[in-house]
Design a protein around this ligand. Structure first.
Ligand code: NAD
Length: 496
């Protein structure tokens, strides 16, 4: 552990909002402390945005959209600016990675190799795509022409969580901006800093003022006014299912804005006794739940292992646990960093208590630790003997806690895997092709992984069934969220 880690000087961060191309304080001058979970230091005073700030940002976005300073550009021109924007992220990679780590606690090596790179890649990919997608002509009778075109939806409100602040923002702003929309982004109050820098870099790349605005603040104070705003055409939300449900209500209560939600998960990972490579299955199961301190919506938090191999599986899994000891995330070799804040740490500890109270067997971890004084850290935790109806198997913990269940029957395990309100992702491990396809089809999840749990690419859709949300991020499908489909009928009086 890195208890003797020197506390590097805190860089100076500008926590003001970015509205209409300018850094501005909240209209009422209020700020809040932005506290680092690494060691409890205050990183910055951040503008505490409210309804008046959201109103100003939406006004700026509306004006920019209506005067077509961005939406009216040829797609090839928007492409060039988006690519310049992506390049600027990479040029500032070290700064952005350090900011992300200080702000939300993930290991700096992943902030740099995963978060900055994925966000830049996403922005580049949508930029590159936008001058390669064609519209349609319908197969109508020859007396008329029906053009089916896509138009930007207008002003897009974006609300994101704290677990992958840059990536979650990029998944939404990149297709929205590439399609010609104007955006107002409200980052999480727990991790607002990189969003503000992204907006500055967008301006530097040539995205005109007013097109991409960022208003930091709390959910009820800045998020709700955005979701309720009568001049916002679309709200794209990533976060908890509890708030996601409110987002759909707010959309309906206001102007029926398009509402898209990427929500929670409790993903099942099913390992059959004929798994082709037990070591790989163990590494993926353990690595995926402990990556990002378990704060991943798609983490395979319910592990179903066929009874005949469970003992061997757990023996291997426990040998890997020491690799995931939490340590100072600012150190280059750390793989498990800090939990985002004390509230989330308390939530994780409450779930660990409930697992013990309800009779699950604690095999590893189960404690909060302090490898860096004043920081928020939890040991990687594994429970065996979990039943699907226990709280730790039903509810999303969003921490490094793996629940292990066992099974003996294929139909039964599929039923158990599906018996949950979420349906984000799932895993299946078997060398039997029929079983792999049959189970993958039967699982109610937006993504099913077969004999791996790590594959990810900007080219594939990401989103959930059931209460894991509505709509898909990533891939060309994401353009569906940020465009309206228009039909234009043209009469043709044939001269011949
Ligand atoms: P959260 O729902 O508490 O907050 C998410 C965002 O919503 C924050 O910006 C917050 O300020 C805002 N918000 C809160 N209350 C609001 C309100 N009343 N009106 C408008 N906005 C409001 O979620 P969180 O704790 O930040 O993030 C964790 C959750 O995000 C987990 O459930 C996780 O599964 C989910 N998540 C899902 C995906 C996905 O793609 N499916 C990806 C990442 C995270």
């Amino acid at each position: 552990m890195n208890s003797a880690a020197p506390a590097p000087q805190t860089p100076s961060f500008d926590g003001r909002a970015l509205i209409n191309g300018e850094r501005v304080a909240a209209r009422d001058g209020q700020t809040f402390d932005n506290v680092s979970p690494v060691d409890g230091r205050v990183l910055a005073q951040v503008a505490r945005g409210g309804a008046a700030d959201i109103d100003a940002a939406v006004g700026a976005a509306r004006t920019a959209f209506e005067d077509r300073r961005w939406s009216g550009l040829p797609p090839a021109q928007r492409k060039r600016v988006m690519i310049a924007f992506a390049d600027l992220l990479l040029a500032h990679a070290d700064e952005l990675a350090l900011t992300e780590t200080l702000d939300m606690g993930k290991p700096v090596k992943y902030s740099r190799s995963v978060d900055v790179n994925s966000a830049a890649n996403c922005i580049r990919w949508y930029g590159e795509a936008v001058d390669k997608v064609y519209d349609e002509i319908a197969p109508t009778p020859s007396t008329a022409l029906a053009l089916i075109t896509r138009e930007p939806v207008g002003v897009v409100g974006v609300i994101v969580p704290w677990n992958y602040p840059m990536i979650m923002a990029a998944w939404k702003i990149a297709p929205a901006l590439a399609a010609g929309n104007s955006v107002v982004l409200k980052p999480s109050e727990k991790s607002p800093l990189t969003a503000l820098r992204l907006a500055e870099l967008a301006l530097e790349a040539g995205i005109p003022p007013g097109v991409f605005n960022v208003v930091p603040g709390f959910g009820a104070e800045a998020g709700s006014p955005l979701a309720l705003h009568m001049d916002v055409d679309c709200i794209a939300f990533t976060g908890s299912t509890r708030v996601g449900k409110q987002i759909h209500v707010m959309a309906g209560q206001s102007n029926l804005k398009r509402a898209w939600t990427e929500l929670g998960g409790k993903s099942p990972n099913i390992v059959f006794a004929d798994c082709p490579d037990l070591d790989r299955a163990v590494e993926a199961a353990v690595g995926s739940i402990f990556f990002n301190q378990g704060e991943s919506c798609n983490a395979p938090s319910r592990l179903f292992v066929e009874a005949s191999i469970k003992e061997a599986f757990l023996e291997k899994a426990l040998k890997l646990v020491p690799q995931y000891q939490p340590a100072n995330p600012l150190h280059a070799d750390t793989v498990m960093g800090a939990i985002v804040d004390r509230t989330q740490l308390d939530t994780v500890m409450r779930y660990i208590d409930s697992g013990q109270r309800e009779g699950a067997k604690l095999l590893a971890g189960g404690q909060a630790v302090e490898p860096v004084k004043g920081g928020c850290y939890v040991l990687p935790t594994i429970f065996d003997g979990v039943r699907n109806d226990m709280t730790i198997a039903r509810e999303e913990i969003f921490g490094p806690v793996l629940s292990v269940l066992s099974f003996t029957d294929v139909a039964d395990v599929v039923q158990q895997a599906n018996r949950n309100v979420y349906g984000l992702q799932a895993g299946v491990w078997t060398r039997d092709l029929n079983k792999a396809h049959g189970v993958a089809r039967a699982l109610r999840a937006g993504t099913v992984h077969v004999n791996q749990y790590d594959e990810d690419d900007i080219t594939v859709p990401f989103g959930g069934f059931k209460q894991s949300g509505v709509g898909r991020d990533k891939s060309l499908h994401a353009f569906d969220k940020y465009t309206e489909v228009k039909t234009t009928w043209i009469r043709i009086d044939s001269p011949v």
